[in-house]
Design a binder for this molecule. Structure first.
Ligand SMILES: Cc1ncc(COP(=O)(O)OP(=O)(O)O)c(N)n1
Ligand code: 3NM
Ligand code: MG
Length: 211
């Protein structure tokens, strides 16, 4: 049963682009996306604070769900909708501070053991990766594939889930057919020949998410 220790999110978060700039956030909000993530890697808090603030302000204007990857202190300071963290972040993050600030929490997982760890933290949603090979990030594990994803989604029942990793427009229907609540994509949008068309088509498949 879904009883998170953080504010809940709808089971269906819909299309969930993960992007690395305020420019992408602005474009995607304008294109109708309502769940998204700002993922800027390996900078100091001072270097990214202005972008985090701008992205949060934009998302608020569109009433959208913006998750901040990694920079949880800035997400709290500027009252983002939520934070996305990896397993390795758990040891160094003040989860109580995130909870007390009223932010949603998404956690990455890649296998059953990581799902056990994530469930113990009772986050708002659980991400399941990587489904297919990806060029976007170097992964230490093998892709889980559709059969394992199906098993993980079934195991998690009514817990909101997000599939990530190598999800293209062509593969999106079979990923959604597993019953997963959302598909997170990077290159399917940011590397598309025509990102607006790709976003429209992905939104048609995955939706904008439930209220
Ligand atoms: C929706 C979603 N799922 C997984 C990830 C990966 O997060 P993490 O493990 O923290 O790795 P980095 O993105 O920080 O490299 C994600 N960002 N979003
Ligand atoms: C950032 C990230 N995290 C993953 C995970 O499995 O935890 S896969 C991934 C990259 C996803 O990019 P694309 O949609 O271009 O494959
Ligand atoms: Mg991270």
């Amino acid at each position: 049963m879904y009883q998170p220790d953080f504010p809940p999110v709808p089971f269906r978060l819909g299309l969930y682009p993960v992007v690395d700039s305020v420019e992408w956030i602005a474009r995607l909000l304008d294109a109708g996306v309502r769940t998204l993530q700002l993922r800027i890697k390996d900078k100091r808090d001072e270097e990214v604070e202005a972008d985090v603030m701008a992205a949060i302000a934009l998302a608020r204007r569109y009433n959208a769900r913006l998750f901040i990857n990694d920079y949880w202190r800035l997400a709290i300071k500027h009252q983002a909708y939520g934070v996305h963290l990896g397993q390795e972040d758990l040891a160094t993050t003040d989860l109580t501070a995130i909870r007390q600030a009223g932010l949603r929490l998404g956690l990455s997982t890649h296998d059953d053991m990581e799902i056990d760890v994530a469930l113990a933290a009772r986050p708002s949603y659980i991400a399941l990766g990587h489904v297919f090979p990806t060029q976007t990030k170097q992964m230490p594990s093998a892709p889980q594939g559709l059969a394992t994803l199906t098993r993980h989604v079934a195991r998690l029942g009514d817990y909101p889930t997000v599939a990530i990793g190598g999800i293209s427009l062509a593969r999106a229907p079979e990923v959604l057919a597993t019953g997963v609540g959302s598909i997170a994509v990077v290159s399917a949008i940011t590397q598309a020949d025509e990102w607006q068309q790709a976003t429209r088509q992905l939104l048609d498949l995955a939706g904008v998410g439930d209220e």
